[in-house]
Design a protein around this ligand. Structure first.
Ligand SMILES: Cc1cc2nc3c(=O)[nH]c(=O)nc-3n(C[C@H](O)[C@H](O)[C@H](O)COP(=O)(O)O)c2cc1C
Length: 201
């Protein structure tokens, strides 16, 4: 069933492929090239963030050594699929995102002082906006013809120690990426209806 509005600026079938038909994959096949991995970010970066802050940082895990370190920090149920996924990304946020203000919003840095004076607010804003970007990242993966397997079942403290020993980044999501294998998902899961979720006031 095509849900996309017929006046969508892109092919309704493409919209459907990214949203209604796409599933979270639990097993993968194929490969993801470095060019394709870059293309995922080149789309992700256009999604909007507060003040254009773009606090998301992406660490693609390619080497066997890095993959083993990451798999060891995952909950048991997430290990096998992450060990065998064509590509794995660690998504984190830059804890010093506000320090790059003049790069991401040149010409208007009045709000920066508010974040400099309130590290908790700065951390929450970085975390929240990187999570928004994680959504764009997943949709970018899907739009390039791959499936994504996002996971929070992980010891992110251990991931930060292993991958960001100097600090500066806090991980919050691991994403497996590849072509879905034949058994990548089961029955479609229930989604809340419009009436359940949306209120117009
Ligand atoms: C933030 C986030 C964390 C998730 N963590 C895990 C996880 O640790 N392990 C897992 O197997 N699936 C995890 N998932 C996958 C979800 O269970 C899945 O996306 C959801 O049930 C929707 O499935 P569907 O895309 O097949 O409809 C996570 C998904 C998201 C977005």
């Amino acid at each position: 069933m095509t849900i996309a509005h017929e006046e969508a600026v892109i092919d309704p079938a493409a919209v459907d492929a990214i949203f209604a038909q796409a599933r979270t994959a639990n097993s993968f096949t194929g490969e993801v090239t470095d060019e394709q991995a870059q293309a995922i970010y080149e789309l992700t970066k256009f999604g909007p963030t507060a003040f254009n802050s773009q606090p998301l940082r992406v660490t693609y895990v390619r080497s066997d050594e890095a993959r083993a370190k990451l798999v060891g920090a995952l909950m048991a149920g997430n290990r096998a699929k992450t060990a065998s996924a064509p590509l794995v990304a660690i998504l984190s946020y830059d804890t010093n995102w506000a320090g790059q203000w003049d790069t991401f919003l040149p010409g208007y840095n009045a709000p920066k002082a508010m974040y400099d004076a309130n590290p908790e607010l700065a951390a929450a804003t970085g975390n929240n906006n990187a999570h928004l970007q994680a959504g764009y990242f997943i949709l970018a993966v899907r739009s390039l013809g791959f499936s994504a397997g996002p996971m929070t079942g992980a010891d992110f403290g251990a991931i930060d120690e292993a991958f960001f020993p100097a600090g500066g980044q806090k991980s919050f999501l691991v994403v497996n990426i590849g072509q879905p294998a034949a058994d990548a998902w089961g029955e479609a899961k229930p989604k809340f209806s419009y009436e359940d979720v949306v209120r117009t006031v």
